[in-house]
Design a protein around this ligand. Structure first.
Ligand code: ADP
Length: 475
C-alpha cells in the first residue's frame, strides 16, 4: 500500500472549473483496488468549507504567506481530504482563481504557493499520523510542491501532472522572498521564465517524474507549437515525461442508470432522447444529425472555427445545440447565430445535468480544439453514442478512431478527426458526418463501436500505479 498525497486546486464534487477537477476526484477511488491510498490536499474555498462535516485539525501554521492557517482532515464523497483552511487566502467570493469581475486575484502566486508549501509540510511532518510516500501535484497551482520538497530537504519523490500548459503561474521577480523561493534558483535552469518566476517551470525542473494526460499531448508538449515556451524544458526532461490518458467516471456517466436522462435508451433508442433535447433547446424536428458542444468558450476550443464552418453543416440538414460560457465575444457570436438560425440553439452557462441530457440526445459531439491535453467530452460522447468529431490533436487523437475508409471497412471507427484544423476542413468533416449519418448501417456501426470503447479509469489508474511503484521502489 503506497500512500500518495495529491495536491490540487480543484476536485470533483467540491470545486470544478475544468477537467483537472474530474481527474483529481476520480483517481483516488480508481487507485484503491490497486493497493494505493491517495489523499487530497485542497484549498478551503468557501464552497469546500461548507461541504465539510466532521473535521480534525492535523497541522497548523502561524504565518502561512501572510496569515494563520490550519489543515483540516475530512471525508467527503468517499475522498480523504486535507483542506487548507487559510481565510486570508481562500475565503473570497468568485471562482478559485478569479474575483467576481473575472480578474485574476493579484495574490494567486502566493495562494497556490501556500497550497504547495503545505503539501511539503505534510510530507515533512505528517498530518494526524499520516505521511505520504509520494507527492502528486497538479498543474502550476501544485507545481511548487516538488520545489519546496527539494529545498527543504524532504526526501519524498514527486510527480507533476500537466493538465494544461497554457497556465504557467507567473509572478514578478520581486516576489521571490514572499514566495519562499531561493534566489539562487532564479536562473534559466531553475524556475526563471523570461525574467519572471514560473511556478509551473519550477515543478517541471524539480519533480521526480512528469506526466500529462495523453501520449500525443506528451509528444506535442516538446514542440514549440504546443510547449508554450516550456518545450525546451520538456525536451530536456522527455525521458521523465509520460502521457497517461484520463478516464471518466463510469458511474456518473452511465447511459443505463444516469438519473439525469431517465428517458435514455441505448443507441437504437436515441430518437426519444433526441426529441426531448430538441424540445428543450427549441429546435425544430429534422432528419439531419443533431450535433452538440459542451465547452468552455475560449480560443483553445476552436469554436470560432465552428461558427465559420456551421453554414455548410446547417445547409445539409444538420443542427447544433451548444452549452458553454467564457469568452464574451464568442458567447455573443453564438447567441447571434442562434437568433438568426432556427437550427442553432445556444445556452450560455454551466449546467452539469443539461450536459448529460445533451450527450444522451446528441448524434454527434463537436470538439474542434486547437490543442487538447486529453479532453473529456469526447469520452462522454463515446459512452452515450454521440459520435465525436474532433481536431486531430492531443488526447483527441488517442481516444477517437477516425472513420477512414480502412477503419470503416475493418469495423473499428468511432468518430471523425479534422486535420489540419481549419474552418474549411471542419466544414468538410461536418458534411462527411451528415453523409455517414444518412448511411444507416455505417452509423449504427460507429455508434456501437463508440459505446463499446473502454473510457473508464481502470487502465490509466494501473499506469499511474506503475509509475508510483517505480518511484517508490515498492513494486
Ligand atoms: P477543459 O478542462 O479544457 O475545460 P475538458 O474536456 O478536459 O476541457 O473538461 C471539461 C469538463 O467541463 C467536462 O467535464 C465538461 O463536460 C465540463 N463542462 C465544460 N463546460 C461546461 C458547461 N457549460 N456546462 C456543463 N459542463 C461543462
Amino acid at each position: 500500500m503506497t500512500r500518495i498525497l495529491s495536491v490540487t486546486s480543484e476536485c470533483v464534487p467540491l470545486v470544478k472549473t475544468g477537467g483537472l477537477a474530474d481527474v483529481a476526484g476520480a483517481l483516488p477511488a480508481a487507485l484503491k483496488p490497486l493497493g494505493h491510498e491517495m489523499r487530497t490536499l485542497l484549498p478551503g474555498y468557501p464552497t469546500v468549507m461548507k461541504a465539510l462535516k466532521k473535521t480534525r485539525t492535523v497541522l497548523t501554521e502561524d504565518d502561512l504567506f501572510g496569515g494563520p492557517a490550519r489543515v483540516l482532515e475530512a471525508r467527503v464523497a468517499g475522498l480523504s481530504l486535507y483542506v487548507l483552511d487559510a481565510a486570508h487566502l481562500f475565503k473570497r467570493e468568485g471562482s478559485p482563481y478569479l474575483d467576481v469581475d473575472g480578474n485574476d486575484f493579484p495574490d494567486n502566486p502566493e495562494r497556490f504557493a501556500a497550497l504547495s508549501w503545505m503539501a511539503m509540510r505534510i510530507a515533512q511532518d505528517g498530518a494526524g499520523g499520516w505521511t505520504p510516500q509520494l507527492v502528486h501535484a497538479h498543474d502550476w497551482q501544485g507545481a511548487l510542491a516538488p520545489y519546496y520538497l527539494k529545498t527543504n530537504g524532504v526526501d519524498v519523490p514527486s510527480v507533476l501532472t500537466i493538465h494544461n500548459i497554457a497556465f504557467h503561474g507567473l509572478a514578478p521577480a520581486n516576489r521571490l522572498a514572499s514566495l519562499r523561493l531561493d534566489p539562487s534558483d532564479f536562473t534559466e535552469d531553475g524556475f526563471e521564465f523570461w525574467g519572471q518566476i514560473g511556478a509551473l517551470k519550477a515543478g517541471l525542473q524539480f519533480a521526480t517524474a512528469l506526466t500529462t494526460v495523453s501520449p500525443t499531448y506528451a509528444r506535442e508538449l516538446t514542440t514549440p507549437e504546443f510547449g508554450m515556451g516550456l518545450d525546451g524544458v520538456l525536451r530536456a526532461r522527455s525521458g521523465d515525461l509520460t502521457g497517461i490518458l484520463n478516464g471518466i467516471d463510469l458511474e456518473v456517466w452511465d447511459p443505463k442508470t444516469d438519473p439525469n436522462i431517465a428517458t435514455y435508451k441505448t443507441a437504437r433508442g436515441k430518437g426519444r432522447a433526441k426529441a426531448r433535447l430538441r424540445k428543450e433547446f427549441g429546435l425544430p424536428d429534422a432528419d439531419g444529425p443533431l450535433a452538440v458542444v459542451v465547452s468552455r468558450l475560449s480560443h483553445q476550443k476552436g469554436l470560432d472555427l465552428l461558427l465559420e464552418a456551421l453554414p455548410a453543416f446547417i445547409d445539409r440538414g444538420g443542427q447544433l445545440a451548444l452549452l458553454g460560457s467564457g469568452d464574451k465575444e464568442l458567447e455573443a457570436a453564438f447567441v447571434k447565430t442562434a437568433a438568426a438560425q432556427a437550427n442553432v440553439a445556444v445556452r450560455i452557462g454551466y449546467d452539469e445535468a443539461l450536459s448529460h441530457r445533451m450527450m444522451a440526445g446528441a448524434d454527434a459531439i463537436l470538439v474542434p480544439s486547437r490543442f487538447e491535453p486529453c479532453g473529456l467530452t469526447q469520452l462522454y460522447g463515446l459512452r452515450y453514442g454521440a459520435i465525436p468529431v474532433v481536431a486531430a490533436t492531443g488526447g483527441l487523437v488517442d481516444t477517437v478512431i477516425h472513420a477512414s475508409p480502412m477503419a470503416m471497412r475493418s469495423g473499428v471507427a468511432t468518430g471523425l478527426q479534422v486535420s489540419p484544423l481549419t474552418a474549411h476542413a471542419l466544414a468538410a468533416t461536418m458534411v462527411q458526418l451528415v453523409d455517414l449519418f444518412q448511411d444507416v448501417d455505417a452509423w449504427a456501426m460507429l455508434q456501437s463501436n463508440a459505446m463499446r470503447q473502454s473510457v473508464g479509469w481502470e487502465a490509466s489508474a494501473a499506469e499511474y500505479a506503475g509509475l508510483y511503484d517505480r518511484l517508490t521502489d515498492s513494486a
